[in-house]
Design a protein around this ligand. Structure first.
Ligand SMILES: [Ca+2]
Ligand SMILES: [Ca+2]
Ligand SMILES: [Ca+2]
Ligand SMILES: [Ca+2]
Length: 388
């Protein structure tokens, strides 16, 4: 909370920034004596220290020294003057390489809230920036790939309730199966809603160079191999994060790719080689550990290849697969000592998940699970038994 030095009713709100750090939201409500009121708010970021600006340095190379330009923000795009090359108000740097996103003529572009809070001077941000600003950890919880970066921006001076167009040049060509998503506080990533007043389009363009908003080069949808996207977003519409008709469109969005990741599963196994099998009965012959790096992996069966003297067709009555729940709840060292022990009996709590018989004496056997087993991240333990 900011403590006002002169109370809340003065025409100016003043506070002492000593010992303050971080981002604060200051709201203003104006009430008309004849009824009705209007509200507005602004974010204020208080940094630990002012950057040291030199008389002879010109960080943004616009011919004006850093000290002359200062940390003031004369064009109000949330980029301080000494870093801001300015130029047309409908351009905003999106990456450190100086590529710009562009909004329609007569509108202005500025940094979005999480970019500003993170101290960025470009519209491109990270999942961490979003999680830190909204403090809900929802941005990084997804199975998407963000190969083209994340864009946080505000378009102003739009006709109230109308749509506006923004062009974003991409750092790499679009991949197949890409889609545009927007981040909603408390919800996470949502698909961009397309209707009469909201759409996603793309154009071939080239790296860092795109046709201007509204150009005929833009066609519907995200096309593989294209370098430019154009968003059409309606003020107060489903993709406008401020959810109000207020001459501004707030967007925090990204192009994501779906279904590119495959779970990586490794198998560690140990045959019970030193065990001799006598007579009839069921014996554990193989202890198996599956290790998955993803919560998305479903096990619905697997194939066993065995080598040895055994005639798998004549000597074996049945082969069983068990989920070894007991070893799963213990540590790895325990499971190793289990499998090394001479006891080739089935641990307590094991669950029979599949049974099969060798069709040929070639050592190849495929288990099919009655129902898919969802592999958790980490290790799961399995046992194969032979019944003689
Ligand atoms: Ca300068
Ligand atoms: Ca500025
Ligand atoms: Ca400047
Ligand atoms: Ca709006």
């Amino acid at each position: 909370m900011l403590t006002p030095l002169n109370g809340y009713s003065e025409s100016a709100f003043t506070f002492d920034p000593t010992d303050l750090r971080g981002t604060y939201k200051v709201g203003l409500t104006v009430t008309n004596t004849r009824g009705g009121e209007t509200t507005s708010s602004i974010l204020i970021r208080i940094d630990k220290s002012t950057p040291s600006l030199g008389e002879n340095s010109d960080t943004d190379g616009d011919g004006l020294s850093d000290i002359l330009e200062s940390v003031a923000d004369s064009d109000r795009d949330r980029i301080p003057d000494y870093i801001d090359k300015k130029g047309p108000a409908n351009l905003l740097p999106v990456s450190v390489t100086g590529v710009h996103m562009q909004s329609a003529k007569d509108t202005t572009l500025s940094l979005g809230d999480s970019a500003y809070a993170a101290g960025k001077h470009i519209g491109g941000i990270t999942l961490k920036d979003i999680d830190q600003f909204y403090n809900d950890n929802l941005a990084s919880q997804n199975s998407y790939q963000f190969l083209h970066g994340i864009f946080d921006f505000i378009v102003r001076k739009i006709e109230i309730g109308e749509s506006t167009q923004v062009v974003i040049p991409l750092n790499a060509a679009l991949l197949a199966d890409s889609k545009f998503t927007t981040y909603q506080q408390g919800v996470g990533w949502m698909d961009f809603v397309e209707d009469e007043k909201n759409s996603v389009a793309s154009a071939p363009g080239s790296l860092g160079d795109c046709p201007e908003p509204g150009s005929n080069n833009y066609g519907s949808g995200l096309v593989e191999g294209y370098h430019c996207i154009q968003l059409t977003i309606q003020d107060g519409g489903p993709n406008d994060t401020d959810r109000a008709m207020n001459n501004a469109v707030v967007s925090l969005g990204a192009i994501v790719t779906i279904g590119v990741t495959f779970p990586d599963i490794t198998i560690k196994s140990e045959w019970m080689e030193k065990t001799e099998f006598h007579g009839k009965g069921e014996n554990v012959v193989l202890a198996l550990i599956l290790e998955s790096d993803s919560p998305d992996a479903l096990l619905n069966g697997f194939t066993l290849k065995a080598k040895g003297e055994l005639n798998e067709v004549n000597d074996l009555e049945m082969v069983h697969l068990y989920f070894d729940r007991n070893s799963n709840s213990n540590s790895n060292s325990n499971s190793n000592s289990n499998s090394n022990s001479n006891s080739n009996s089935i641990p307590e709590g094991s669950e029979l998940v599949s049974s099969a018989q060798y069709a040929n004496d070639d050592g190849i056997l495929t288990f099919t699970l009655a129902k898919d087993y969802q592999l958790p991240i980490g290790e799961t333990h399995w046992l194969v038994t032979y019944t003689f």
